[in-house]
Design a protein around this ligand. Structure first.
Ligand code: NAD
Length: 463
């Protein structure tokens, strides 16, 4: 693959630096126009986008539409609908001492932004974050992952049809190119990827005290209560875990199940997996593949190692290297030292961990890094509240999974190891804006009470 040379990167950077002041002045109406054009181009390119995602992931056309194209279109429509309101100054309200002060927040574009994205949703992630960045009035360099070349090509083509390079530039590159980009001074860096690389981004940003958003990953648990409809919950989990072959940042990573449900849930998983993907999932038109050999090898090694350490495959387990195929796999009795339990799985392997008391499940979660998402399934509201109250997570969905990310009014983000800052909708717009505090004194300046020389009057006032 041809990546830009470092001097080409410098040229694009300089071009955008020069243009940033002008772009910051674009009125909301002009930004909205550009986003409308982007929406039209995406609609026109739907077939090409689906084809590219099939080439990168063997992803079905319908899944590509649901999880990638519609997600972007919905976000764009939401931004277009609200941009006029979001860009307006916002009063912070009245305060007794400040009756003659108009206090408000002014939404100032941050300026020049670097957006770095991963390979797992190579259409949705770059465009959703870029849309907010443009709405907020910034210039952007978008650095795509090196592992989704087909989708990258269409992302680049669409964006080049809408934006000149001194407004939005799309680059591909590996560590060398990204490291170079990180040595340049940006006003905001928005990174989506692993916690390990997130730390590299944060360190690089600290050199210039650049503001950051880190959308990271981790092990997101699903916690089940006894009081559930097992079949419905299993169907729900199968979709959430095996969509995009488990390569979803908020996919349930493992599931905590009450010991009493052991034989029932294992049986239902076998039945429902057969129902979802047929006798042989390799022939299912709905089931995606692993992105590349490196990820495939990592997952197969983890699975093999788990089996050596005594894990029991409840369903699935087949692999095909030529196809980069891993069967939807549910596994029990995984050793806690196995990488399936120590690292984010990010693939179609689903460990079940049994617990006796809910506090044991909560301790299990809290002994690990704070997850990006936590799912809780129970018909008992007190159970759900209890789990939320005693754990921490970027987001939570009760009695469903993944849909929290689709809600236009909820922010998306992690907490500590799973992320810093928030994205999407209003929160995405806000992340790419500087919320400037403005106090506009009308008439009599409040500070006159403290002016020099300090006097009896000042003294009385502070008492
Ligand atoms: P990654 O961290 O390896 O790579 C992400 C980006 O960083 C890529 O563009 C890559 O080129 C770049 N990069 C890689 N190594 C780098 C280095 N040493 N220095 C500078 N840049 C570097 O992640 P990935 O494998 O592409 O994606 C998987 C991870 O992303 C998972 O942890 C997943 O949970 C997470 N993720 C999070 C979200 C979210 O919204 N929170 C969404 C999707 C994926």
């Amino acid at each position: 693959m041809e990546y830009p040379s470092l001097s080409e990167i410098d040229k694009i950077y300089a071009l955008q630096q020069k243009n940033t002041a002008e772009i910051k002045q674009l009125p909301a109406s002009k930004r909205e126009q550009l986003l409308r054009k982007l929406l039209t181009k995406i609609k026109e390119a739907e077939n090409e986008i689906q084809a590219a995602l099939y080439q990168d992931f063997h992803k079905s056309a319908l899944e590509s539409t649901i999880t990638e194209i519609l997600a972007v279109e919905m976000e764009l429509k939401h931004i277009i609908k609200n941009i006029g309101k979001w860009t307006k100054d916002k009063s912070v309200g009245w305060s007794a001492m400040f009756t003659n002060v108009k206090a408000y927040l002014h939404y100032e574009p941050k300026g020049h932004v670097l957006i770095i994205t991963p390979w797992n949703y190579p259409f949705q992630l770059p465009l959703v974050h870029l849309a907010a960045c443009i709405a907020a009035g910034n210039t952007a360099i978008l650095k795509l992952s090196e592992f989704s070349p087909h989708t990258n090509r269409i992302v680049k083509k669409i964006l080049q049809e809408v934006f000149p390079e001194d407004h939005v530039a799309v680059l591909e590159g590996e560590v060398k190119e990204t490291t170079h980009l990180l040595s340049l001074r940006f006003d905001h860096i928005h990174f989506t990827g692993s916690p390990a690389v997130g730390k590299i981004i944060m360190e690089a940003a600290s050199k210039n005290l650049t503001d950051i958003t880190l959308e990271l990953g981790g092990k997101s648990p699903a916690v089940l209560d006894r009081n559930i409809n097992v079949r419905r919950v299993v169907q729900n989990l199968i979709w959430a875990k095996f969509v995009n072959a488990g390569q979803t940042c908020i996919a349930p990573d493992y599931v905590l199940v009450p010991r009493q449900l052991k034989s029932e849930i294992e049986q239902v998983f076998r039945e429902e997996l057969r129902e979802a993907f047929g006798r042989d999932a390799i022939n299912s038109p709905d089931y995606a593949r692993i992105i590349n050999k490196k990820q495939f090898d990592r997952l197969v090694e983890a699975l093999t190692d788990a089996k050596h350490l005594g894990a029991q495959v409840i369903s699935g387990g087949a692999t095909d290297e030529k196809e980069l195929y891993i069967e939807p796999t549910v596994i029990g009795q995984v050793a806690m030292t196995n990488s399936l339990m120590t690292e984010e799985i990010f693939g179609p392997i689903f460990p079940i961990v049994y617990y006796s008391q809910i506090d044991e499940a909560i301790k299990f979660i809290n002994d690990r890094e704070k997850p990006l998402a936590l799912y809780v399934f129970s018909n008992d509201g007190i159970f759900n509240k209890h789990v939320i109250r005693y754990t921490s997570a970027g987001s939570t969905c009760i009695n469903d999974a993944l849909i929290q990310i689709m809600h236009p009014k909820l922010p998306f983000g992690g907490v500590n190891n799973s992320g810093i800052g928030q994205s999407t909708g209003w929160y995405g717009f806000r992340a790419f804006s500087h919320e400037r505090a403005v106090a506009d004194a009308k008439g009599f300046p409040l500070s006159k009470m403290f002016w020099f020389p300090y006097s009896e009057r000042t003294h009385k006032f502070v008492q």
